[in-house]
Design a binder for this molecule. Structure first.
Ligand SMILES: *[C@@H]1O[C@H](CO)[C@@H](O)[C@H](O)[C@H]1NC(C)=O
Ligand SMILES: *[C@@H]1O[C@H](CO)[C@@H](O)[C@H](O)[C@H]1NC(C)=O
Length: 176
């Protein structure tokens, strides 16, 4: 994806140079409207998803970083929705990236779905405000962030949280 609010020739050139030329027709007369739970920030992020083995089907993935989930005792963890394309009667459904919760994790208001990206059938979605408690001290928690990757047509999920996993890189430290 490549867009900017103020187009300049240089930006235009860079966009085409970096992404290749993609034609995309917007049907302004008959737009498709997807909707999600009120107050969930549905539409904050969006990407198209196409399973690699099946090029005929396409879907739209929509992030809603303040959506409630079925995770117990967690408020507004955020979610990513799977919306069929072309739109059918079936509505967007929440993708079950993560149903776990450990005592050392803080998933309320973690903004899961603030970013969602697809690549060759895989989907990665992140929660930039995910916290966890590395030290067993009460009240202590670190904003490490986390991501989940959906593979094999949403039949398996893998967590990826480099700043939590002990990779003490300068990237993790420089943010905080
Ligand atoms: C999520 O659930 C909480 C508690 O039930 C509620 O107060 C809040 O409005 C809900 N948020 C959304 C976006 O539905
Ligand atoms: C992916 O899973 C859905 C249902 O879970 C199924 O309808 C679809 O055919 C599957 N696609 C591929 C490429 O396996």
């Amino acid at each position: 994806m490549c867009w900017a609010s103020s187009w300049t020739p240089l930006w235009l050139f860079l966009c085409f140079f970096l992404t290749g030329i993609n034609a995309f027709n917007l049907d302004v007369d008959n737009p498709t409207v997807y909707s999600g739970p009120e107050g969930s920030y549905f539409g904050y992020s969006v990407d198209f998803h196409r399973p690699t083995s099946d090029h005929s089907t396409m879907s739209v993935l929509v992030g809603a970083p303040k959506a409630n989930t079925t995770q117990p005792k967690i408020v507004e963890a955020g979610a990513v929705y799977y919306c069929p394309w072309p739109p059918t009667d079936s509505k967007c459904r929440q993708i079950a990236f993560d149903s776990t919760s450990k005592p050392v994790e803080f998933k309320s208001n973690q903004w899961f779905g603030a970013t969602v990206r697809t690549h060759k059938g895989k989907v990665v979605a992140c929660a930039p405000l995910y916290h966890w408690s590395a030290l067993k001290m009460p009240g202590e928690k670190d904003p490490v962030g986390t991501c989940y990757i959906a593979i094999q047509n949403f039949s398996a999920y893998v967590e990826y949280s480099p700043c939590r996993s002990g990779l003490k890189t300068s990237i993790c430290y420089s943010v905080y």
